[in-house]
Design a protein around this ligand. Sequence first.
Ligand SMILES: Nc1nc2c(c(=O)[nH]1)N[C@H]1C(S)=C(S)[C@@H](COP(=O)(O)OP(=O)(O)OC[C@H]3O[C@@H](n4cnc5c(=O)[nH]c(N)nc54)[C@H](O)[C@@H]3O)O[C@H]1N2
Ligand SMILES: Nc1nc2c(c(=O)[nH]1)N[C@H]1C(S)=C(S)[C@@H](COP(=O)(O)OP(=O)(O)OC[C@H]3O[C@@H](n4cnc5c(=O)[nH]c(N)nc54)[C@H](O)[C@@H]3O)O[C@H]1N2
Ligand code: SF4
Ligand SMILES: [Mo]
Length: 738
Amino acid sequence: MKLFERAGPLTQELRLAPGGFGLGQVLERERPDATTTMTCGYCSTGCGLSVHLRNGAAVGLTPATEYPVNLGMACPKGWEALEVLKAPDRAAVPLLRNDRGQLEPINWPTALRVFVARFRAIQAEYGNDAVAFLSTGQIMTEEMALLGALAKFGMGMIHGDGNTRQCMATSVVAYKQSFGFDAPPYTYADLEESDVLVFVGSNLCVAHPILWQRVLRNPHRPEIIVVDPRKTETAMQATDHFAIRPKSDLALFYGLARLLIERDWIDRDWVAAHTNSYKEFAAFVAPFTIERVASDTGIDADRIERLAQTIHEGRRVSFWWTMGVNQSYEGTRTAQSLVNLALLTGNIGRPGTGANSITGQCNAMGSRLFSNTTSLFGGRDFENADDRTEVARILEIDERRIPDQNSWAYPEIISGILKGKIKGLWVIATNPAHSWINQSQLGEILDRLEFLVVQDMYHTTETARRADLVLPAAAWGEKDGTFINSERRYGLAKKVARAPGVALADFSIFKLVAEAWGVGPMFRRWESPAATFQILKHLSRGRPCDITGIRDYQMLDDLGGVQWPFTAEQERATDGGATADPATHRRLFADGLFYHPDGRARFIFENPRPMPEPPTSAYPLLLLTGRGTAAQWHTQTRTNKSAVLRKLSPRNPYVELNPTDARRLGIAQNEPVLVESQRGSIAARAYVTPVVAAGQVFIPMHYETVNQLTDAVFDPYSRQPSYKACAVRVRRASACPP
Ligand SMILES: Nc1nc2c(c(=O)[nH]1)N[C@H]1C(S)=C(S)[C@@H](COP(=O)(O)OP(=O)(O)OC[C@H]3O[C@@H](n4cnc5c(=O)[nH]c(N)nc54)[C@H](O)[C@@H]3O)O[C@H]1N2
Ligand SMILES: Nc1nc2c(c(=O)[nH]1)N[C@H]1C(S)=C(S)[C@@H](COP(=O)(O)OP(=O)(O)OC[C@H]3O[C@@H](n4cnc5c(=O)[nH]c(N)nc54)[C@H](O)[C@@H]3O)O[C@H]1N2
Ligand code: SF4
Ligand SMILES: [Mo]
């Protein structure tokens, strides 16, 4: 079979990827045996990894000692990052489902012809909005931007969302409403500069191990407070652990606000100068008496008082949260209840302070600014005519190509498929057939699609196995571009290895699709990732995320990444960044000015709501889900390809069960059990441990079956799935009829 057919402009694009030279290889050509530093492609910490090259190819890596994020450290995933590129199930050629229902290799020109013909036919029959895309926080910023522009301005789609909905949507909405822009305010140095750190629903030791190392470098003997129903690895190392009842966070933080206000432990001047709606907030929290909060959270009243006192006595208090907050039916208000505490006590804008959402995926922050999904490029609004005009001018496109309505969020796209409104779906770098909530429904829903395209680095993912067309993608290490980490730092990833077969960088695939769709000329300026980065700079100008001061990739390389904002004026003032300390100097809100038109932050609050599916007599246990080990990444398509990482984590699904519950149920350590919810039943081994409280169980999200159990419930503002609370029962497998 001829994989590369001569096909006019396509061949030029094809040269872009497998054989072409990337940044790492260019460097190597100039300096044989070079080492080049690049950002890790797993988590949002964004560690720098030094990749060692021989003859234009990576031969190994070590954590970068000079990079301001990780200071010479990396977790096992980072160390093993090159290994997982070599797996035999890499998607190396396009695959098309044939008449017998099997995926069969085809060449790129055929793949592109089928892609265009099928999606165009669906659009002709049902309308442009009958085709949608689901993308990701795990490809380069330049790739996300090109996809967002191509799908919406080129192909006429209206609906497109990403796996960041599963993850960060709550923080996005919380920040937008409270601060006026989606802007995590901190730098990692704050982890070392706080004297009180409060971690809420965040298992840093497992999920962000290098950030935990930064905490350990804190010289101020800090109080480390962990609020998590489980006694996690992080809780075990904390100075104090509040094992609250799941989803009682709102009550706790409103109760703390009440105590701080009542004792006049707040920064009245700062609140008066920089916030709105304080009076209403103070009145709102009045009923959250300590007795009520103690009864809602299961935490003793005197411990709650002591916590308020610790926050009061801290000179530099920082509040950090992750999925225990975001993945909840009331996640947005919970995140804002932490923002409110930082505002009340004036703990924002100074070193060691902040209301700090820790991101998840390597480039979730890139997708928040530039994926063109639910917000228009640069955190703009599709429904705002001025925003559309500005973007059209910068991109030199006809303004009418920009949709004047917002995209459906991920759950609406899924229900759109169910209702027959969405008939074609393009899935890029995400694995919803494992990770989306309530899989007992999702399988049937995906079956309703007339055409499913999956673009992935492996052809064996749960979602790729269902696809009609698989497009083989190059991975981290096989392409160039930027990621934005949790502290808003742009970091560079580089091509240091060849992609297998005819797999192409996502960027090149999008360029080919543009040509095949007939909108190639619209993307002439988007010639390469580096050229696209210049377009992103224009899109950022004058926005809170302004990066007009970052000259080019070389500057990112020289400085060890650069945090946004970095304006042209800042660039001049710091002599091209040379006199700035890249590790610390871009903390937000030092001037107390927020992004709302009046410059003030807002207190936002709402009464807690009942848990949608509380335990009952039939399903008496509450299921929590989340990360299992530092060696497992999400749906494990990557991490299960490394022998080292496989050794560091349990192969098969297990359920953490408290010893009291195990005794009551007659379940022994490591015994096979069934875990059942109203939606499904899965097999697991019992891991009897006091880490999980009585009445609760925990299953890591890394096992394919876990979302058979979860309940499709969402936060009303962010539309983020509530992955961390549904009712289940656990039984001995041997006691169940076959
Ligand atoms: N090793 C590894 N690291 C990762 C990832 C990975 O898959 N593997 N994924 C990355 C991504 S995308 C993300 S989003 C982050 C996630 O990072 P984390 O959010 O830290 O990880 P989770 O385990 O999902 O959830 C954190 C904690 O929330 C707790 N929790 C559950 N319900 C509640 C509640 O009601 N209140 C409170 N206060 N806590 C609750 C759980 O017990 C759990 O310990 O990790 C990133 N890092
Ligand atoms: N029950 C439960 N479910 C959860 C969670 C939970 O806590 N509990 N957490 C949720 C969260 S926070 C998240 S972020 C999601 C993650 O859910 P997913 O995004 O579905 O998980 P990943 O395994 O990261 O999937 C990424 C896919 O992209 C592919 N890939 C990697 N690099 C590239 C690339 O460069 N190009 C292309 N084209 N493909 C690539 C990988 O092979 C993989 O198939 O899961 C969510 N699901
Ligand atoms: S902590 Fe995150 S960014 Fe750092 S090496 Fe591990 S996975 Fe990569
Ligand atoms: Mo995530």
